[in-house]
Design a protein around this ligand. Sequence first.
Ligand code: X90
Length: 278
Amino acid sequence: MQINDFKIVVDSSADIKEFGEIPFGVAPLKIITDTMEYIDDDSLNVSGMAEDLSGYSGKSSTACPSPIDWLKAFGGSKYIFCITITSGLSGSYNSAVIAKNDYEEQNKDKKVFVIDSLSTGPEMVLIAEKIREYILSGLDYEDICKKIKEYQKNTALIFMLESMRNLANNGRVSKLAAKAAGILGIRAVGIASEEGTLKLLEKSRGESKAHTAIIDIIKKSGYNGGKIKIGYCINLEGAEKLGKRIKAELGFEPLIYPLGGLCSFYAEKGGLIIGFEK
Ligand code: X90
């Protein structure tokens, strides 16, 4: 199998723009308000959108890629690894499975492996990077399918949110859970559950206590020097503060980057999403 036989395809909640030497594709999600439709692709001004939305009180929602969007992203590749945002919160996975069945029906010699990340953002990046590593090390398609399922058991996601308004308004968390994060100064800290939904663990008063809670969760997971990535929504300063503490307390310097459109819509201003290897 040649490198060009493979393709890694993700939906835009993974926030990956380009992916080096391996063929790569993205299926965009959309953010929809009464007056605007934002397509979560390279041309989106994410912080502009997040600022617009923080002062917007009308209706807003999101939409996952359609099977046709996924088919476009598959292109014509022979072995495709397709990573979706959690099926616990989005139709993206179901849509990708429909596209896979169609693609394999039309092209008997081609294969698509759809991976439900049960997560989003930085945890999807970890999965994609591991698949790239496997491809570059010369593993074949079937081996990668098996190994990546194992790898997923070793990755996790933490969120820290100052507001859960968009999550609650779109039915992704209960109104009750969202209330805590709505109080000024309180940050909701939690993890992606095994079912791929939000599990709230702490309501921390103040940034520093929230960062302590995040570091404790990483430590308790049995952390052993693996990769850590921090995505932020209009909160570079907070991400860097957390990054410094992680470096000092866990000995790993995390990669810090701005979240894309979909994750920013739900994480909202001030939000952080941390993906790591346990
Ligand atoms: O299909 C769609 O319209 C997309 C729906 C996505 C809903 C939730 C996205 C959450 C993004 C929030 C913090 C991380 C929580 C991860 C839990 C699995 C970011």
